[in-house]
Design a protein around this ligand. Structure first.
Ligand code: NAP
Length: 525
């Protein structure tokens, strides 16, 4: 479990030949050993070639073999013990308690996908038996199942060094679908990535799978990511990061001779709507919950509540006052990277320099490098509607309250929003009619709509949607969190008039996998 700085190309640990990066401890601004040399174009090709060579064998592993593999990855990650938590803490500045929770989530996620794989529902088997006597034409025997798309390029996310990086949600769902994975580690936590990468590589070996099922690459600058997305053997991309990065990779994917889907999760300000009755009855409590959500993890969550919308009046003022008291007591926190800290500073600077945004409160003064000082700003709906800059994501613990003149203006602001991961409603019984008038708009805008809660803290389960219209994601039809994430990496194939002996087991007449099929229009029990 020592760090080597090597790429993992299948089972081989190889030193990169391009410019090297090292992690930086954001709490001290000091570099951490070892150096991670970037992959060359040839090394990217090697990883993709191995992934392609592994694809047909891996996608036809039995449900049990694949589920066992996912569980073995979880066991290998747990076996890394404190080494993993200590390194992730040094590389990200995230507290150890948070990282322990994130490791738990990562392993639970892998085990959840193991359950999904075993159950086989994702194969979505549909059988239309032949109707040889049908007039005027007989119907052939038609059978459909889902198959894996092919090798997937996964970009590790800076803000989830475990749960959305090397063996995180994108990798787990792609591997569950039967897709080999080539990960580009995020430059903010290469050591954490290497440790987890070694764990995955050990699981590949232990399970006797083809080595190309998993590779891990590093790269300083854009070349590795672009080469990976451009490689003809890569058939889909999973990404979490900036809007500019996600869009750049979408363009690369679209410009290929064979364009491929990019599932990029990019930018969301997660509006929170506060309705009158709720504000009047419990505005101070709502303010407390809001600031806790806003400042959690220095606001570095894609679901951070960056926008609050309500009708102006004494109740909203009491909410702003109570939230300001909480914000002023919020300690500064270390951000993930110097780049993210300076982007936050720039975003807050833009708000401070905007004549239409009034500063309501700032968190406790900063100490040390890369600190996030919480910020609360207030604007009027008219200004918000007129100025697109007020809708820009400020990644960190900053939020903007939009005060509206009327219910109609609340609706206009909702309609004006870009696509979002979440929209939150705080309401009491007396607010239901007004909330109902917003729902159609919010369904068009967001992937998850929640009532009387906070959007941070995304449950990994069957019903979760962590997605949404652009720019929240590049493809609103999917989710990157929860078991439905597997669907992004599958496509349907129909088998017509196949002899039973040639059919894959999932489609054979005797249904040896005991799947709940859609059989001649009826779902089997
Ligand atoms: P990022 O800059 O988008 O980088 C993410 C990954 O994509 C890195 O591996 C990066 O490679 C690669 N990449 C970025 N642009 C690329 C391009 N044009 N071509 C090829 N590869 C590219 O995201 P970040 O470093 O995590 O954070 C920067 C900002 O992203 C934050 O300040 C925040 O605004 C946003 N962010 C949003 C979320 C969210 O969930 N909404 C999460 C994290 C970050 P290199 O590092 O080698 O360039």
């Amino acid at each position: 479990m020592t760090l080597t700085g090597n790429l993992l190309i299948g089972q081989r640990a190889i030193t990169g030949t391009q410019a090297a990066i090292h992690a930086i401890n954001p709490a001290t601004d000091t570099p951490l050993d070892p150096l991670y040399a970037g992959a060359s174009a040839e090394q990217v090709t090697q990883a993709c070639t191995l992934a392609w060579a592994a694809f047909d064998a891996y996608r036809e592993t039995t449900l049990e073999q694949r589920a066992h593999f996912l569980e073995t990855i979880a066991e290998q990650i747990e076996a890394l013990g404190d080494t993993l938590i200590d390194r992730a803490n040094a590389e990200t500045g995230l507290p150890k308690a948070r990282l322990l929770g994130e490791r738990g989530r990562t392993c639970a996620q892998l085990r959840t996908f193991a359950r999904v794989v075993r159950a086989g529902e994702w194969l979505d088997v549909r059988v239309d038996n032949a109707l040889p006597e049908r007039q005027p034409l007989p119907r052939p025997d038609l059978r459909q199942r889902q198959v894996a798309l092919g090798p997937v390029a996964v970009f590790g996310a800076s803000n989830f060094p475990l749960a959305f990086s090397v063996a995180g949600g994108d990798s787990a769902s792609a591997l569950a679908a039967g897709c080999p994975v080539v990960v580009k580690a995020h430059g903010a936590h290469p050591g954490t990535s290497e440790l987890v990468g070694q764990a995955v590589a050990r699981a590949v070996k232990q399970c006797g799978l083809p080595e190309g099922v998993f590779s891990l690459l590093y790269g300083a600058g854009r070349e590795v990511g672009i080469a990976l997305v451009s490689d003809p053997r890569i058939k889909a991309v999973g990404f979490t990061g900036s809007r500019s990065g996600g869009l750049a990779l979408c363009q690369v994917a679209q410009a290929r001779p064979e364009p491929i889907p990019v599932y990029a999760e990019m930018s969301s300000i997660n509006p929170v709507f506060l309705f009158d009755a709720a504000l009047q009855a419990r505005g101070e409590d709502v303010a407390q919950g809001f600031v806790a959500s806003l400042t959690q993890g220095a606001g570095q969550f894609c679901t951070n509540p960056g926008l609050v919308i309500a009708r102006q009046g004494p109740a909203l003022q009491r909410f702003i006052d109570a939230a300001s008291v909480q914000v002023r007591q919020a300690p500064a926190q270390t951000m993930l990277t110097p780049g993210i800290a300076s982007a936050y500073k720039a975003g807050v600077g833009a708000l401070a320099g905007n004549a239409n945004a009034q500063a309501a409160a700032s968190g406790l003064p900063q100490q040390g490098p890369n600190q996030c000082q919480a910020q609360l700003y207030v604007t009027q709906a008219e200004a918000f509607l007129a100025d697109p800059a007020l809708q820009a994501e400020v990644f960190g613990a900053a939020s903007l309250v939009v005060a509206c003149d009327s219910d109609e203006q609340v609706r206009q602001v909702a309609e004006h929003l870009e696509g979002q991961l979440t929209a939150t409603l705080h309401l009491d019984d007396g607010d239901l009619d007004q909330a109902r008038t917003l729902l159609a708009t919010l369904e068009r805008k967001a992937g998850r709509i929640l009532v009387n809660g906070w959007p941070t803290g995304v449950e990994v389960c069957d019903a979760m949607v962590h997605g949404g219209p652009f720019p929240a994601t590049s493809d609103a039809r999917g989710t990157s969190v929860g078991t439905a994430a597997i669907l992004r990496f599958l496509r349907p194939v129909c088998y017509q008039d196949f002899p039973d002996a040639l059919l894959p087991p999932a489609l054979q007449h005797a249904n040896p996998l005991q799947l709940r099929r859609l059989l001649d229009g009826q779902r089997e029990a």
